[in-house]
Design a protein around this ligand. Structure first.
Ligand code: NDP
Ligand code: 8X3
Length: 255
């Protein structure tokens, strides 16, 4: 039997990179995407992948034509995508909405909501024709609970939650499974991006408690995909033990 193909967006870092590594080791052929092509090349080298085992594609998920063109122009032996992991996303800033930056808002909504939609629309076409497929959307605890100063990021992830439900409803008749995974604090480049390169502020987010790591989420994705075909895991909320709610983190507590 031929190896299944998984397309992972945002594979240059964090959760996407860890997921690519795990799925590759589990025997998937990978399509890895992100804007930083150098990182994608490095990942491919790290994995010691053969030419027909990994396809690299560098494009911005905010560009609808780029998403559509990339998927529709895939080489014949890469067209049969079994798994789409919609992972590319980001937060920018942490402030009251009335002090918010329009540029930040647009980037978050264009990436987290519209980018996910563009990729899903493009990939769902082939999945529907083949009558099978898995879509895993990476939401966030911010898509379940709103926290102070998180406003537009939270709204974008609430939209991901709603779209995950909509996709499941509309794709179930075609035999396609759709799952939403909603992590709490995972130490990746997420906070570095949110605080625009301020590494001290970024690392302080993870001080004094045991945060999640990207591998925790990759393992959850792998578990979801490995369920028997008749089982759809709808929704997983995965938190550090020390973060019982989005806005509550117990730091420096004796273990
Ligand atoms: P990272 O910053 O480490 O990774 C984000 C990935 O998204 C990168 O590969 C980046 O690639 C890609 N990306 C961002 N914008 C674009 C774009 N416009 N086009 C294409 N790719 C893009 O963060 P995480 O791994 O933590 O984040 C992955 C997902 O997990 C995000 O959706 C995030 O919201 C979500 N999440 C993260 C949590 C956390 O605490 N870390 C918790 C809950 C959810 P590149 O820059 O090369 O384009
Ligand atoms: C990332 C988790 O709580 O930092 O989505 O927004 S949080």
């Amino acid at each position: 039997m031929s190896k299944p193909i998984a397309l992972i967006t945002g594979a240059t870092s964090g959760i996407g990179r860890a997921t690519a590594q795990l799925l590759f080791n589990e025997g998937y052929r990978l399509i890895i995407t992100g804007r930083r092509s150098q990182r994608l090349n490095e990942l491919s080298l790290d994995l010691k992948a053969e030419e027909d085992e990994i396809l690299i594609a560098s494009f911005d998920v905010r560009d609808p034509e780029a998403c559509e063109r990339f998927v529709s122009e895939l080489p014949e032996n890469w067209k049969d995508i079994q798994v789409l992991v919609n992972n590319a996303g980001l937060a920018l800033g942490l402030s009251k909405f009335y002090d918010g930056s329009l540029e930040h808002w647009n980037t978050m909504l264009d990436t987290n909501v519209k980018g996910l939609l563009y990729m899903s629309k493009a990939v769902a076409k082939g999945m529907r024709e083949r009558g099978r497929g898995d879509i895993v959307n990476i939401g966030s605890i911010a898509g379940k609970q709103v926290y102070d100063n998180g406003n537009v990021y939270c709204a974008s992830k609430h939209a991901v939650d709603a779209l995950t439900q909509a996709m499941r409803l509309e794709l179930a008749p075609a035999g396609i499974r759709v799952c939403g995974i909603h992590p709490g604090a995972v130490e990746t480049e997420f906070s570095l991006v949110r605080f625009e390169g301020d590494s001290q502020r970024a690392s302080s987010v993870y001080d004094g408690f045991e945060n999640l790591v990207a591998q925790d989420i990759a393992e959850a994705i792998s578990w979801v995909l490995s369920r028997p075909k008749h089982v759809n895991i709808n929704d997983l909320v995965i938190m550090p033990q020390a973060q019982p709610q989005a806005s509550v983190i117990h730091r420096n507590t004796p273990s």
